[in-house]
Design a protein around this ligand. Sequence first.
Ligand code: FAD
Length: 454
Amino acid sequence: MRENSIHIIGGGLAGALVAGFLARRGFNITVFERRADVRRADVGGGRSINLALAERGLNALRRAGIEGEVLANAVMMRGRRVHARDGSTRLLRYGRDDSEVIWSINRSRLNALLLDFAESGGAKLLFGKGVQSIDFARRIMRVVDEASGVETSLPCSLALGCDGAGSTVRAAIGREIDIEERFEPLGHGYKELEIPPAPDGGFRIERNALHIWPRGGYMAIALPNTEGSFTVTLFLPNEGPYPSFATVRTTDDALALFEEEFADAVPLMPDLENDFASNPVGMLGTTRVARWHLRGQALMLGDAAHPIVPFHGQGMNCAFEDCAELDGLIDGAQDWAEVFAEFQRRRKPNADAIAHMAVENYLEMRDRVDDADFLRQRALEHALAERFPERFIPRYAMVTFRRVPYATALARGRVQSGILQELLATHPDSEFDPTRIDWADARALVEARLTPLD
Ligand code: FAD
């Protein structure tokens, strides 16, 4: 490869990981990160924000050689613990057993481990340096020192945009070519709250689960942190009738909403009103970008290329898969333009597929996880997966525990959903009863429509 000197814009999750991959290949890597070094400063403002890590992300961390260290800092989640309005709960397992689980990891801690990985490979990390713009014709980048406000111009031949959903690199590429950027707002936002550890330092609710309070149209979830707390995220419509962020504005409104709808969580959240008042409402949406690269000069990856809504817990996992794919493409490649074009060819259909599934998963989580029809479909899905494990793999499992391309998971998921509906068409509206299923018919449908998945 002719260009050896690479500027990585953004030292977040994707930026730090790809910096490590490329640095250990001997490229001359400089990372420009707008914020302070998470290893030295508390950039989260004291809040513990966590993410669900699954097989795609773990695989990339394995490639980096840091999977063990990351998992040592994570809490296993074996399923969704669904909290009904009356306070009763039930666990819906994610997979067959504890070999199919996801992991809750603190964002800052994970970022710190990735920055160590990048640095140990030889990457140069510059913190407090925000990239303002890139002039690709003149091969110059403008960088501002966040502390002093002083701007400088630096030569920039090759830029990797790992600067997240509001990417400056994307805007710079968009000034050169038509990238066909389109934003689809979800119409819902989120607010992060907290369940602190119990007075004895333990967990106040079941530790190894993702807790969810589905309420049809909105919901709250809670993910565990190693130190005994849970990060609670409340998702509500931005506008419209109660409850929405337009109608739940004050701490009294928030307390009233929780007392009505999430009553069992209220005694667990002594700082609910404070947290509600202090923490901002985050906006959610999907950004579609048709072109991710500019000649051999720039490429975006992670959220810079494909910001999605967080309901499949796959944004970071997809970003890590991007990093591993890019790393693999470098083997035997002649020039960057070729690598970037191939990267987009492989990743774009998969990014589109997970974007779609993430929106669908929101509807499932908030509206369906406790409805009878959904539970019946889930029960049949499990039964089919047990009988035909090579062919019928629940879509959630394909996305979360396997590495089949997201686009394949989406396509096979549609076929599987058709099979479920056909088999349940004659099933009465009651509890799932396996003796009422015609298993010969089921076998014929599965074998005709689904090839074995390696
Ligand atoms: P980011 O993590 O956004 O990192 C971008 C970095 O670039 C930041 O450090 C930023 O400071 C820096 N930067 C930005 N602009 C500049 C600039 N101009 N110059 C220099 N530096 C710059 N994903 C999952 O897989 N599992 C989950 O459970 C999950 N939960 C989520 C929950 C919520 C509420 C949200 C909003 C997202 C969630 N995600 C989850 C998605 C995940 O957070 C993102 O997909 C992931 O952070 C993408 O990583 P990234 O490195 O591409 O971008």
